[in-house]
Design a binder for this molecule. Structure first.
Ligand code: 6R9
Length: 676
């Protein structure tokens, strides 16, 4: 991996044009109420005290049995946290709150239709519904500890109920983003060997009622073709009788949850006492090869970590109404809508739809009506809200004390609007840098203690020790003004345990690059490679520049270039495909596709459309390409590698650099002519 690669990423280019920014301080009122203000923090969480400092995180949870060892390194680098400890995630998110808080709202659900009622689910009601659904999963679907279940559901109260019911039984859930296509869902069913799929009939998005179950009818068929039979398709019905696919019932396979649940009214299921190191869930994410990888998260380490991050960085207090606008189908939703806030007995908000529909004031209206005090979203949503309604927040009477951003670098200009207009100049902003694999935050500021700096995530959160290496493994010191590969020196409990069914890929992707001794059992020998390029300023603040691997970040969602290219290649006329990220005002970047055709085929508008459609069917609308260009040939190196860098420069109207070393330099001007 050369340094050139790093500066060539488009995100890097945006970032290097940013100037060092001023600092912003939290208000005295915020500091006064903050969960974490401690001048000895750096000492407490120094590497000298590793790994014992993490017991503080674990002690935020309720354990059936305490651990025998904080960190077991015997199977390096597959770390086992809190080995021997026993707990249950559903118990920690629900049961333990009942004695004092059973009538408190656990979840506020805001449907898209403003004529539908906003639901306020208490902890007691959550307890009842999770128990009943767990009884259904056990008895009607035959699920038991260690089984995997794929959940393909839209934002609804039933989604966390389903996840927590799985956790109660020790069943490993794999939630697939609701907007993903049948084929993307089938891939995940197959990889996780799920024989049960859980879905919902329909949901609203942007004013339309979408038939969702029909997607999963197709997913079952696709999975079966590849040898993974779905024995049971469990269907939650929100709009019984409205969707035609509800009528397409496959006898023996489909179970209408609403009807079946009647058998289990009043049922109570004792939570399974899970070992800390047993898996809680899988979350598929894009990698450098076409196949998405299932990040496997453990029970004790993950839950301890997200609970601590929710408490110390999100600064959630039990009395807070906390709203994270992410989708539960992404890691942010798992950690910071469901597990973290509920473990802390907060009230968490789930909303259906999109932030800007039916109008640009929707978010602020929800915040006002529910009394939201902590708000969490992504730069892409902030950019969209700023674009459609820059003056809307002022019209609503809400009061945020804390706001988070996650998913991609936030431009300082956008940060300042978020601060001044959305936060009304009062809220602290925490820019959280992390990944699906890391379970919780890597870099962010401790909001009551550390100054904010627009455009920089901040230093490592307490316990995390980042380090930036150049391609030779030499440390790039803070303030050197040079980008490198950001790694984490120490293991931490939120880190995923492995890639489901592929330990070798786990070790190779995340640990091989800077490992000096593959047989070492010492954690110091296994820095974790994030796959991002970053710079560390003299103050220790980290500015993330973008991915060094082949991943495109669209609206904060990761798409593998190979996934999109493979989808394009399902069109028989296509010979080669290359996708590049194009800078987009709202989404951060969006994919643009170049394809070349097999001999004997001619470019046409229909063919372009066919390729564009293939991507949406194979992956989902999120991967929709800005343009599809049919080019006579790809720019290639002499060894035949497609030069995506050159295409990226053309798409972004940048400098293509010296192309004379290409095997076919003449193609560059031809493609440029097509794009301009
Ligand atoms: C949580 C999440 C991970 C990738 C990550 C990086 C980018 C996330 C960021 C950020 C700059 C931030 N990223 N947060 N870049 N500043 N605050 O987003 O997980 O979907 O796995 O994406 O997103 O490139 O490596 P995931």
């Amino acid at each position: 991996m050369s340094e050139k690669n790093i500066v060539e990423t488009s995100a890097a280019e945006i970032a290097v044009h940013w100037q060092e920014e001023d600092y912003f301080a939290p208000s005295p009122a915020f500091i006064h109420q903050a969960n974490l203000v401690d001048e000895t923090l750096a000492d407490r969480f120094s590497l000298d005290n590793f790994p014992d400092y993490y017991t503080e995180f674990a002690e935020l949870l309720t354990w059936y049995k305490y651990w025998d060892e904080v960190l077991d390194t015997s199977d390096a680098p597959c770390w086992k946290w809190f080995r021997g400890g026993k707990l249950n995630a559903s118990y920690n998110c629900i049961d333990r709150h009942l004695a004092k808080n059973k009538n408190k709202t656990a979840i506020h659900f805001v449907p898209e239709l403003e004529t539908e009622r906003v639901d306020h689910i208490t902890y007691q009601e959550l307890y009842v519904r999770v128990n009943e659904f767990a009884a259904l999963l056990r008895n009607s679907a035959g699920l038991k500890r260690g089984d995997r279940v794929t959940i393909h559901m839209p934002m609804s109260v039933e989604l966390p109920i389903t996840m927590l019911a799985c956790a109660r039984l020790g069943v490993i859930h794999s939630v697939v983003f609701g907007g993903f296509s049948a084929s993307a869902c089938a891939d995940r069913i197959i990889d996780s060997n799920s024989r049960v799929l859980i879905t919902m009939d329909a949901y609203y998005r942007g004013g339309k009622l979408l038939d969702h179950k029909t997607v999963d009818n197709e997913a079952c068929g696709l999975a079966e073709k590849e040898g993974q039979k779905v024995d049971k398709l469990l269907v939650w019905q929100r709009y019984p009788g409205k969707m035609s696919s509800n009528a397409e019932i496959v006898e023996g396979r489909d179970v209408i949850v609403n009807d079946e649940l009647k058998k289990y009214y009043g049922a109570r299921i004792e939570p399974e006492q899970m070992l800390a190191e047993e898996p809680l869930f899988l979350m598929y994410t894009s990698g450098t090869t076409g196949k998405p990888k299932g990040a496997q998260h453990g029970t004790g380490g993950y839950l301890a970590y997200v609970t601590a991050m929710s408490k110390y960085i999100q600064d959630i207090h039990p009395e807070d109404v906390y709203w994270c606008m992410a989708d539960i189908g992404w890691i942010t939703g798992h950690s910071f809508i469901v597990y973290g806030p509920l473990a802390l007995c907060a009230s968490t908000v789930i909303y259906e739809g999109i932030p800007t529909y039916p109008d640009a004031g929707r978010c602020w209206r929800i915040a006002q009506d529910l009394g939201v005090s902590i708000f969490h979203t992504a730069p892409t949503a902030i950019r969209a809200l700023r674009k459609v309604g820059p003056d809307e927040p002022a019209k609503y009477n809400y009061n945020f004390k804390h706001m988070t951003t996650v998913g991609e670098p936030i431009e300082p200009e956008v940060w300042k609007w978020y601060h001044k207009v959305v936060g009304k100049g009062k809220a602290v902003i925490v820019d959280t840098y992390w990944q699906t694999e890391t379970g919780g935050f890597l870099c962010a500021t401790v909001p009551g203690m550390q100054l904010m700096k627009p455009g920089s995530a901040g230093p490592g959160v307490p316990g995390i020790h980042p380090i930036i290496y150049d391609e030779n493994g030499t440390v790039i010191p803070p303030g050197a003004g040079k980008a490198g590969n950001i790694c984490i020196q120490n293991p931490w409990p939120g880190c995923f345990q492995t890639i489901w069914g592929n330990r070798e890929r786990f070790v190779d992707t995340y640990f091989k690059m800077y490992n000096k001794n593959p047989n070492s059992k010492d954690w110091r020998d296994w820095p974790y490679l994030t796959g991002d390029a970053a710079m560390e300023a003299a103050d220790g603040y980290i500015r993330v520049l973008g991915r060094i691997d082949d991943v495109i970040n669209v609206s904060g969602h990761r798409l593998g270039t190979k996934e999109i290219e493979s989808a394009a290649l399902t069109v028989p006329e296509v010979a080669e495909a290359a996708v590049v990220p194009v800078i987009h005002e709202v989404k951060g970047t969006e994919p643009e596709l170049y394809v070349s055709l097999r001999p004997g085929f001619e470019p046409s508008a229909e063919l372009r459309q066919k390729v564009a459609d293939a991507i949406v069917t194979q992956i989902g609308k999120i991967a929709r390409c800005k343009n599809v260009y049919i080019v006579p040939d790809m720019p290639k190196t002499r060894s035949g590698k497609i030069m995506r860098r050159v295409l990226g420069a053309i798409s972004n109207k940048g400098d293509v650099g010296n192309v004379m070393t290409l095997a076919n330099p003449e193609i560059v001007d031809q493609i440029k002519g097509m794009v301009d």
